[in-house]
Design a protein around this ligand. Structure first.
Ligand code: GRF
Length: 229
């Protein structure tokens, strides 16, 4: 099977990110700050949210990044067709190279995924394919798992089913609560997501079917806690 490098960027082009989120925006802030610090050779061109008062919009505006609320339409868990078209139009107008989902709570079904084929990524708070869906840290805790983690993956039409780009384990410690575990998972997210976005911006990501190849090791430091038995 042919290996495709999908993001060959010329030296002049500044890699442009479109970030979509529904929540507080800690991942978006980490990515924007890494861009501003020059750790990621990219610019956040636009931040979009389906929630009018979402923290992610405030995080963007504080940093001088264009930020827009777009009404999600008539469904609860997905964008309706006009809404998805409006998100797509905003991403195109911002000339986005990579769409970064960071706590975006709606399923993308249609045109947007086709228009940005293999250019939409997401972060999930578990080691997929374990614990897809909502509140994965609670699922892992309730299951009695000893290990969970973080996955960055491509987005396809399923729920958390796209090809895996990077993963990092997080041990579940005795006495962990949903909050303490989620907190440690989010700390890892704020390291791994900027590192993966940086790899895209430097054109260090290739795909072959479901296999994603990073041509250089991800550039972040993770202190590993000892395994728990
Ligand atoms: C993250 O925990 C991510 O794993 C999940 O949604 C959360 C978003 O958090 N998909 P934030 O809005 O980036 O703080």
């Amino acid at each position: 099977m042919e290996t495709k490098r999908i993001w060959p960027m010329s030296n002049q082009h500044i890699f442009r990110l479109g970030i979509l989120g529904s929540g507080k925006g800690s991942n978006a802030a980490a990515i924007a700050d890494a861009c501003a610090a020059g750790t990621i050779p990219a610019r956040v061109a636009i931040v979009l949210s389906d929630v009018e008062n979402a923290g992610i919009l405030a995080q963007a505006r504080e940093r001088g990044i264009p930020a827009r609320y777009i009404a999600p339409g008539k469904f609860r868990t997905k964008l309706d067709e006009p809404a998805e078209a409006a998100f797509l139009e905003a991403l195109r107008a911002a000339e986005v190279d990579l769409v970064v989902l960071a706590g975006f709570m709606r399923i993308l079904k249609g045109e947007l995924l086709q228009a940005f084929a293999q250019k939409v990524v997401n972060i999930h708070p578990a080691l997929l394919p374990a614990f897809p869906g909502l509140e994965s840290w609670k699922q892992a805790l309730d299951w009695g798992a000893k290990l969970t983690g973080v996955t960055v993956h491509f987005v396809d039409q399923g729920i958390d089913t796209g090809a895996i780009i990077a993963q990092e384990p997080v041990p579940i410690l005795p006495g962990d609560t949903a909050e303490s575990l989620h907190g440690r998972i989010q700390e890892v997210e704020r390291k791994i997501y900027p590192a993966v976005v940086g790899a895209f911006a430097r054109s260090e990501v290739s795909v072959q079917g479901r296999q994603t190849i990073l041509t250089k090791p991800l550039n972040y430091q993770q202190e590993r806690a000892p395994a728990v038995s």
